[in-house]
Design a protein around this ligand. Structure first.
Ligand code: 8GT
Length: 156
């Protein structure tokens, strides 16, 4: 998928009126053993309970890296020391039109704290937790390509 393409999710559901593109910084935290961190979306947000990579929307004037550093401090209590933009994708959800900027993070300080009462899980392929947020599924497929993993990346 190129930047110009948009993946439409839940196409049968009504759309919010505001369709301006919302930039989102998403952190793909990688441990030395190649496990990656997933967190569950907190109660009260769209798709609550779905598993995703931690992150959130850019505030005015922020870069992706600045937003990711702030969001991960706010949500999981760590400070990132690197941030490499890996892939981008655009998703048309009923609640918003978003551009996800996925960044790999391999170095951080601080212990994980779930500051929004989320759950967290270090995962390998195939992912054991479910359901996975639609916008997160492509990342699992990119991992599968990188790792020459064959089979279903997650359960539905
Ligand atoms: N953090 C995160 N968001 C994702 C992922 N995949 C995905 O489609 N999204 C979408 O990106 C948007 C991120 O918004 P958010 O609600 O998490 O951001 P936020 O923390 O700034 O929210 P807030 O406005 O409640 O403070 C949501 O529309 C969410 O559905 C993912 O892997 N991680």
């Amino acid at each position: 998928m190129t930047d110009a393409e948009v993946r439409v999710v839940d196409a049968d559901q009504p759309r919010s009126i505001d369709r301006s593109l919302v930039q989102v910084a998403v952190g793909v935290l990688m441990r030395g053993d190649d496990a990656f961190l997933l967190t569950s979306r907190p109660e009260g947000k769209a798709y609550a309970g779905f598993w995703e990579f931690p992150g959130g929307k850019l505030e005015a004037g922020e870069t992706v890296e600045q937003a990711l550093r702030r969001e991960l401090q706010e949500e999981i209590g760590i400070t990132i020391h690197d941030c490499t933009l890996w892939k981008t994708e655009r998703i048309d959800y009923p609640h918003a039109l978003v551009q996800l900027n996925f960044c790999k993070v391999t170095q951080w300080s601080g212990e994980l704290q779930m500051l929004e009462s989320q759950s967290f899980a270090w995962q390998q392929l195939p992912v054991a937790v479910k359901p996975v947020l639609p916008g997160t599924v492509p990342v699992l497929q990119w991992f599968a390509q990188e790792r020459a993993f064959v089979g279903e990346t997650h359960s539905v």
